[in-house]
Design a protein around this ligand. Structure first.
Ligand code: KG4
Ligand code: ZN
Length: 363
């Protein structure tokens, strides 16, 4: 007896659907989960001319592509709708038009098939991924670092999260993207800045380490971006243009500053609430320097470090299917009144976030 779920994701700029199968009642520690298919249709090209995600364009693209993603996910898994045990869908937080497109599609499939419907918090999808990939046991510490999110979550259970801190302004991925733009590098900025940084000197350009002087795990990245702008202007004024070596040094110094801030705040999060394992999710987790810094901090604290495969760190349907299975096992079911929520903090007890990045809602 197994549980096979369809997961639908459309909260930002990736339309995604996946089929995940888990041994019924089995703890993930027994290695009972399998990703039968995972289809992701990105929208990078659609937004490229606008320098950021345009919510209306994203919503329309989701409405056009999501059902195709679902068809492909079913076909690739060799599974029919009849063989599913439930449908999980991201119900927030995110850009509301996209979330609505996913929720409406999921409701339509649930109404047509009579299958149970489970609304999933997108951040819970990221946060529970180490259980899907590696059967990690609770509790553990999750650092979510992407273009839209940045927070530390202590994960106690599928619906039990404590937020230890997060960014008060930009997310780190957003900072990488803006720095790339300032330096004339292509989008998405993260990989471009990392490639330049490999040729640069991380000690050459003095940049701030925002909020390290304040206790706690909150972070700030918008001042860093302003400092990069100043460093660029200084380099241009000095040499009449931005030399390749200056650009590489700025990238390396910026990346080092982000890694230092994330590492120190992770150190504090692990000290405040010791757990046996640190994991990361989000596109920024692809960054080699940041991964290495986090692995070192985990080792210092005697914790294991787990970085899931990159395609499961970035937005995908498998993490939503899995989070849906975890909620379903706890008895959670949604009805046709399931609402799309632009904001949906995982830790209801935490103070509201101050920042709202380009991706809109950050919870
Ligand atoms: O998780 P993701 O695909 O989408 C969301 O933001 O939800 O993350 C994308 C972000 C972008 O801002 C991108 O620049 C950043 O992750 N990113 C990186 C790297 N690869 C992607 N940042 C730093 N270094 C990288 N190698
Ligand atoms: Zn995400």
């Amino acid at each position: 007896m197994t549980l096979t779920f369809l997961g639908i994701e459309s909260s930002c700029d990736d339309s995604a659907a996946a089929i995940v199968r888990a041994a019924d009642g089995a703890r993930p520690e027994s290695g009972g989960a399998a990703i039968l298919s995972s289809v992701v249709a990105g929208q990078t090209a659609l937004h490229a001319d606008f320098g950021g995600v345009v919510p209306e364009i994203a919503a329309r693209a989701h409405a056009e592509r999501l059902d195709i993603c679902v068809e492909q996910a079913l076909a690739q898994a060799g599974v029919t709708l009849r063989e599913l045990d439930g449908i999980a869908v991201t119900a927030g937080p995110g850009l509301i038009g996209g979330v609505m497109a996913g929720v409406m599609l999921a409701k339509g499939i649930a109404a047509g098939t009579g299958l149970p419907l489970v609304g999933v918090n997108h951040l819970a999808g990221h946060a529970l991924t180490p259980r899907l990939t590696d059967g990690v046991a609770f509790p553990y510490l999750m650092l979510l670092v992407s273009g839209g999110h940045c927070q530390f979550l202590r994960v106690h259970g599928p619906e039990d999260f404590t937020r230890l801190g997060g960014t008060i302004d930009d997310a780190p991925g957003e900072a990488f993207d803006k720095v790339a733009k300032l330096l004339g590098l292509p989008q998405p900025g993260g990989p471009a800045v990392e490639a330049e940084a490999a040729r640069g000197d991380p000690r050459r350009v003095p940049l701030p380490r925002p909020l390290l002087d304040r206790p706690g795990c909150d972070m700030s990245f918008s001042g860093l971006k302003t400092a990069v702008l100043r460093a660029r202007d200084n380099a241009v004024a000095e040499h009449g243009g931005l030399r390749r070596s200056d650009r590489a040094d700025i990238c390396a110094s910026f990346q080092q500053a982000v890694a230092d801030v994330l590492a120190e705040k992770t150190r504090r999060a692990l000290a405040a609430a010791p757990v046996p394992l640190l994991s990361v999710a989000g596109g920024v987790a692809a960054n080699g320097a940041i991964r290495a810094a986090l692995a070192e901090v985990a080792a210092e604290a005697g914790a294991e470090f787990l970085a899931p495969p990159l395609k499961l760190c970035t937005d995908n349907g498998a993490m939503i299917a899995w989070a849906g299975i975890e909620r379903f096992r706890l008895g959670h079911r949604d009805g046709m009144d399931l609402a799309a929520r632009p904001r949906w903090p995982l830790d209801q007890g935490a103070a509201p976030m101050l920042g709202a990045g380009k991706r809109g809602a950050k919870a």
